[in-house]
Ligand binder design. Structure first.
Ligand code: AMP
Ligand code: ZN
Length: 129
């Protein structure tokens, strides 16, 4: 099956693109978990951070910078925002095309992944990003 994000990049699947240049694309997440929830990714098909090659170093590092610039454009740089990158099965990565989630527009300081006791027991749950 073709990669859904590559299909979006090729404009074969419509979506709300909010930024695009030669190397990167940013569009709104179809299932937003915050008032602002966008996905930032390289146009090049790289499955995950774990699968990124040495030659992709600059492209992958640039993702973080894209997030910084985008947060300024979206005017959430002062209020704050969260960046999430799911890598692989146990992190629950669903789409095998590396992407950074940028979430903002709400107060998320007490919001994250599962909280564990020292023994590894789950104390509280949060939904998956
Ligand atoms: P992850 O679990 O990190 O792989 O995240 C994949 C994200 O892609 C999820 O938050 C989905 O809601 C989002 N998603 C899946 N299909 C689409 C689509 N067609 N347009 C925009 N976002 C999508
Ligand atoms: Zn892809």
């Amino acid at each position: 099956m073709p990669c859904i994000f590559c299909q979006i990049i090729k404009k074969k699947i419509p979506t709300e693109i909010i930024y695009e240049d030669k190397k990167y694309i940013v569009f709104k997440d179809i299932n937003p978990r915050a008032p602002i929830h966008v996905l930032i990714m390289p146009k090049k098909h790289i499955v995950s951070l774990a699968e990124a090659a040495n030659k992709d170093k600059a492209l992958i590092s640039g993702l973080m910078w894209q997030a910084k610039i985008l947060a300024e454009k979206l005017k959430i740089d002062k209020s704050g925002y969260k960046l999430i990158l799911n890598c692989g099965r146990e992190a629950g990565q669903i789409v095998g095309h590396i992407h950074l989630h940028l979430l903002g527009g709400g107060d998320y300081k007490n919001w994250g992944i599962y909280q564990h006791s020292k023994e590894g027991k789950i104390l509280s749950k949060a939904f998956k990003i």
